[in-house]
Design a protein around this ligand. Structure first.
Ligand code: ATP
Ligand code: MG
Length: 560
């Protein structure tokens, strides 16, 4: 049941998105213009008006966090039962469902990063390469798979552009690495990330009953962040949609940040060509950020293909902050000091994010935050749900639901968590006991935030989904994350660190295309900020190491 007026709080263009029925719809709009808002309100309104049935709606996006953001917004609108998933998790569920009957047996385990299997493949070919090339090889394998190419097709395609083969290797040598990789993976009874999508595509293409069942399950498809769709995901989407036209796509070409993984914004930009009857809506007002932040964002993508100028609606705020520190520790100190100041002024830690180009940059920041006793959450999200105390808690919460335990969600969950050692106060010292406390407290806070709208059944289901998607709760703590995982999200106060050449743009981005992707990533980063944006870098990693240049992206914004 939808409890809220689903059209309240939408501007005229957003209303069109929420109320246009009977055909494909494409929303082209810049960051913070309310694309996700319009999409979620459309779902709520569609349910209210009887156009949609909640369990037949599939809302898709690309990262676990963005899917959970969509889920939270839907919950806020009183919508229950709509699947808001990543392509990957939607495909995985279907695969898990159909695999035992169609393929027989259990679905093989999924291996995360490819590094180890690639290394094994190279070892069995007696090839030794350094880790940088290992990563390039893994990326090359992903590139082939997201383009849906067999190894033979890969060879033919690469022969046209042999310079694209990593490590200066011949096309044939690389093809044999691809082959060996697949074999090593099969022998280990594993499938990789792309296999999940490829196998789902295969199941639907080869089995009309599966295809019919899936299509009967999902009659309406909506895709957020559509600029990041890869050819393989598009193929999956085409199968899901079939001849129907109940499809809505929403995106911003300036935020395409996965071309390295095969994404292409042409699917978004050409949508009206593929669906000639499609209604196209543009949103131009930026509701998220101050005019100072919006100006900076506009200047980053001005003149770039598909770029839309954002028109800020909020009142002026403060100028952008810029800080060049002597070394990494100094930069971290700067960030931690400002964060402590903000928290002292009453800003909630949840309202602060520190964004970085790659995960390893968080160490210095973590140290500095710890010294000031500021809670943060950074670990790989999967690890959260793999902690034994969290597994246990999730199991017990599920057990309570299955056993039909009654009572309000918060007290049932708190009882379970207290039984697992969550005390009334945080232990003052750091270390294992403290992190265990914070983990359990994060589950408690999640339950508190969801009550009274969510039942024990709903909460237990949400934990299962979050655990499958690797989406750790981040309540009550500052967020430390990569810009890639920050996509679609927003915080009142944002720090972007490491804005030096070689870090952002990252050292291996050399071609013009790669630099443009870094630029779009920078655009995604700065457009996460609502009120305050802090941009910083360090001149060297530590005393005595080589000098870094300030990032071209930071320089181009000028000195505030
Ligand atoms: P991104 O491209 O970063 O994903 P987006 O276009 O999806 O951004 P939203 O996240 O939906 O934008 O909206 C940005 C912010 O502006 C949100 O806080 C949202 O609630 C707010 N917002 C959007 N539209 C309106 C509106 N009509 N009135 C008030 N606030 C709005
Ligand atoms: Mg969005």
């Amino acid at each position: 049941m939808v409890a809220v007026d689903a059209l309240a709080g939408l501007d005229d263009h957003q209303r069109v998105v929420a109320t246009t029925w009977g055909g494909p719809l494409c929303v082209l709009a810049g960051a913070g213009t309310g694309k996700t808002r319009a999409l979620t309100h459309r779902i709520a309104y569609g349910i209210q008006e009887g156009h949609y049935q909640p369990d037949h709606v599939l809302a898709l996006t690309f990262t676990a966090k963005a899917a959970s953001e969509m889920g939270t917004r839907l919950q806020g609108l009183g919508v229950r039962g709509v699947a808001a998933r990543t392509f990957h998790s939607a495909a995985l569920r279907q695969l898990q469902h159909f695999w035992p009957t169609v393929a027989g047996g259990r679905l093989p385990d999924i291996s995360g990063a490819k590094g180890r299997l690639v290394a094994k493949a190279l070892e069995s070919l007696h090839l030794g390469v350094d880790t940088a090339i290992l990563r390039d090889i893994a990326a090359d394998i992903e590139w082939r798979k997201v383009h849906g190419l067999t190894i033979e097709q890969y060879q033919t395609q690469r022969q046209g552009t042999p310079g694209d083969v990593p490590g200066g290797m011949s096309v044939e040598a690389m093809a044999s690495i691809h082959e060996r990789y697949e074999r090593v993976k099969d022998e280990a009874s594993r499938i990789d990330f792309e296999d999940v999508l490829l196998a789902t595509v295969g199941l639907m293409e080869e089995n009309s009953q599966v295809l019919e069942k899936v299509r009967a399950q999902y009659s309406a498809l909506l895709v957020d962040e559509y600029q990041d769709v890869s050819p393989l995901q598009q193929r999956l989407l085409d199968l899901w949609i079939g001849p129907r036209e109940d499809v809505v796509v929403v995106g911003d070409a300036s935020q395409t940040i996965y071309t390295f993984a095969g994404a292409s914004s042409h699917y978004l930009l050409d949508f009206p060509i593929r669906y000639p009857g499609a209604r196209v809506v543009k949103l131009e007002k930026n509701y998220r950020s101050t005019p100072e932040i919006v100006d900076a964002a506009n200047s980053v993508v001005r003149g770039k293909p598909g770029a839309l100028t954002l028109d800020p609606v909020s009142a002026s705020g403060e100028p952008l902050h810029r800080h060049v520190a002597a070394d990494d520790a100094g930069e971290a100190q700067y960030v931690a000091t400002v964060v402590a100041e903000k928290i002292g002024q009453g800003v909630a830690p949840d309202d602060i994010a520190v964004l970085m180009r790659f995960g390893a940059q968080s160490l210095a920041i973590e140290n500095a935050l710890r010294q000031k006793s500021i809670s943060y959450r950074v670990r790989g999200a999967t690890a959260f749900f793999e902690e034994p105390h969290i597994r246990r808690a999730v199991m017990e919460i599920r057990g309570a639901f299955v056993a039909g335990v009654s009572g309000n969600l918060v007290s049932v969950v708190e009882d379970i968590l207290f039984g697992l050692g969550l005390g009334p106060e945080a232990p003052d010292h750091h270390g294992a006991e403290r992190s265990r406390y914070e983990d359990l407290a994060a589950l408690r806070d999640l339950a508190r935030a969801q009550a009274p709208n969510v039942t024990l059944a709903g909460f237990s289901e949400e934990l299962a989904e979050r655990s499958a998607a690797g989406d750790a709760p981040t309540l009550g703590a500052l967020t430390l994350t990569t810009v890639h995982s920050a996509k679609g999200r927003e915080w009142p106060v944002v720090f972007m660190i490491g804005l030096a050449e070689g870090q952002f743009p990252i050292s291996y981005a050399r071609s013009e295309e790669q630099i443009e992707e870094e630029r779009r990533l920078f655009y995604v980063g700065i457009t996460r900020a609502q009120r305050e944006l802090y941009l910083s870098c360090a001149e060297r990693s530590k005393e005595g190491s080589s000098q870094r240049q300030v990032s071209r992206f930071l320089e181009a914004l000028g000195r505030p």
